[in-house]
Design a protein around this ligand. Structure first.
Ligand code: AMP
Ligand code: MG
Length: 522
């Protein structure tokens, strides 16, 4: 979704005045059983469910940007109840989707929307179909042993990061609203046997579709080939116009490759790349224990639950996406029996990722070419790993390196990225080579700086910034979140009044819970 110019306020519609559609529910097989208790579901793409009402809904945050794209007015009073699941409007046919997945490399069986409930679809101002989905809306047949709810801290993280990702230009599900439920949710945040009540919240997520790789896998696991075909046909009909199964799989591979290049270029670590958390549309989906690289480290993961194996570490993401695509390919075999066509898709994934990553690196370094020199890139990453160096700040300040400066001046230009003192011989040598390479290219300074600033964001939603926004909102103050929303809406622009939000992670945050690493508890 590219942001469109905001609709004029007077043409925005009330939530109540929107004509809703329900193609997923109408065109796909429903669970014949309707009891809403956790259970195994067979022979269905989804179960009809109704959100469980909450005590006291209060709108905490709203994305004007997404709302204008949807042509929707900020709700007030009674309308907020809709965003909390307390009111289901006529025309809405809410459902929870059935899916399975591989979690941390192991088949986990049925998962499904255990706390997400899609209310309905609507048509955005560009004519595209968008689902409105409440996350944290109560129990569904897919809730397993959990409560169907979400806490405010993880909901704020999902709300703001969805929007920040979109503003960075990365394909993602989006978030329209963050609503407090007025009800406590019990969570053991550190998984240390100390559960405590926390404020609950609901995010209204928006995407053309929330279908994941796992929606197809569940059919393979249960040998429901007819349902597999129905879901694939539905997804192609609505999102991959007139493609064959093979063309569609290839396109999913390409989109996933491009997405991984986006995550890698920005230093984004998803944290839980299970097959149920990969979107069939190539969107970033399910914001949990994610993080943004601070000190560059390919081994880093923000997810403490994955601290041992580090399966979902920064440097492993491109490989994991390919592993997940291979699982999707297996699930699609009843539709695509030609193994060679599936293998070709996996190769397309690699090619797309490589080409996009090379292009991204060239842009980050300010080169005109569509790929950077391999040797220069290799040495750069070695130099970044030499001593703790902030990924985002390093690339952003690289544009400021004086081409005619002394070695000291060159190093000083990137020093805001340094977390530690001391000699950096590899970096000094690399900067010398880099400056030489830039000189050779002879591009005008302002062209290079513009190119680099468009590829290297100044502002990313660092975990410690999230913690500050969460602490404030839990104390009743939404201003920290609102300021972040304003600044993150223009991540590639200089915003001198907000330089503090582009700073290195402060030392107090290094080991504070949630500021760097965090658990899956949400
Ligand atoms: P996630 O790790 O968020 O991708 O979730 C994995 C699975 O657990 C999905 O099926 C979720 O719907 C389900 N799940 C996570 N948290 C809850 C919860 N509080 N209540 C019900 N289901 C949940
Ligand atoms: Mg998930």
């Amino acid at each position: 979704m590219t942001p469109l110019p905001a609709r004029r306020a007077e043409t925005l519609r009330d939530l109540e005045a929107i004509g809703f559609e329900n193609s997923f529910v109408r065109e796909l097989p429903a669970d014949p059983v309707s009891v809403n208790v956790p259970r195994q579901v067979a022979n269905a793409c989804y179960t009809r469910v109704t959100p469980t009402p909450v005590a006291a809904p209060r709108l905490l945050a709203w994305s004007d940007d997404l709302a204008s794209y949807l042509g929707m007015k900020r709700p007030s009073g009674h309308a907020v109840e809709i965003l909390a699941g307390n009111r289901v409007l006529p025309g809405m046919e809410p459902y929870a989707a059935r899916y399975g997945g591989h979690q941390f490399g192991h088949w986990a069986g049925q998962l499904g929307d255990g706390r997400a409930i899609t209310l309905a679809e609507m048509i955005a101002i560009d004519g595209s179909r968008q689902e409105l989905q409440l996350k944290g809306a109560g129990l569904t047949p897919y809730s397993r042993t959990a409560d169907g709810r979400a806490v405010l801290r993880s909901s704020l993280r999902e709300f703001l990061c969805s929007e920040a990702m979109s503003w960075l230009g990365v394909p993602t599900t989006r978030a329209l609203s963050l609503t407090a439920t007025g009800e406590p949710v019990i969570r053991d945040m550190f998984y240390d046997g100390n559960p405590r009540p926390e404020p609950g919240a609901i995010v209204c997520r928006v995407a053309p579709s929330f279908v994941r790789f796992g929606n197809f896998q569940i059919f393979m696991a249960n040998q429901e080939n007819e349902n597999l075909k129905k879901l694939a046909d539905y997804v192609i009909r609505h999102h991959f116009a007139s493609m064959s199964y093979v063309e569609w799989f290839h396109e999913v591979c390409r989109r996933t490759g491009a997405l991984m290049a986006d995550w890698m270029r920005l230093g984004f670590v998803h944290g839980v790349m299970n097959t149920d958390n990969l979107s069939i549309l190539g969107l970033t989906i399910d914001y949990g224990p994610y993080g943004w690289l601070e000190g560059y480290d390919p081994m880093w993961t923000p997810n403490t639950t994955d601290a041992q194996g580090r399966r979902y570490r920064y440097g492993n993401q491109p490989y994991i996406a390919q592993w997940n695509l291979a699982r999707l390919a297996e699930a699609l075999m009843p539709l695509i029996p030609e193994v060679a066509a599936l293998e070709e898709g996996l190769k397309l994934y690699v090619d797309t990722f490589q080409a996009s990553w090379q292009r991204a690196l060239a842009q980050k370094l300010g080169f005109a070419a569509s790929s950077a020199d391999d040797e220069l890139v290799k040495q750069m990453f070695e130099a970044l790993a030499e001593a703790e160096t902030d990924f985002t700040i390093f690339f952003r300040s690289l544009a400021k390196v004086p081409l005619e400066g002394t070695e000291k001046e060159v190093l000083a230009a990137v020093s805001p990225a340094f977390y530690s003192e001391g000699e950096r011989p590899k970096l000094v040598a690399w900067l010398r080579a880099y400056v030489e390479r830039v000189r050779q290219e002879g591009v005008a300074l302002h062209t290079r700086v513009e190119r680099m600033n468009a590829a290297n964001p100044k502002y990313v939603f660092r975990n410690y910034l999230a913690v500050q926004a969460i602490d404030a909102i839990e104390g009743g103050d939404a201003s920290v979140l609102e300021r972040l929303m304003k600044v993150l809406a223009r991540p590639y622009d200089e915003q001198p009044a907000h330089d503090d939000l582009a700073a290195r992670r402060p030392e107090w945050a290094r080991h504070k819970a949630g500021c760097s690493a965090l658990s899956c508890s949400s």
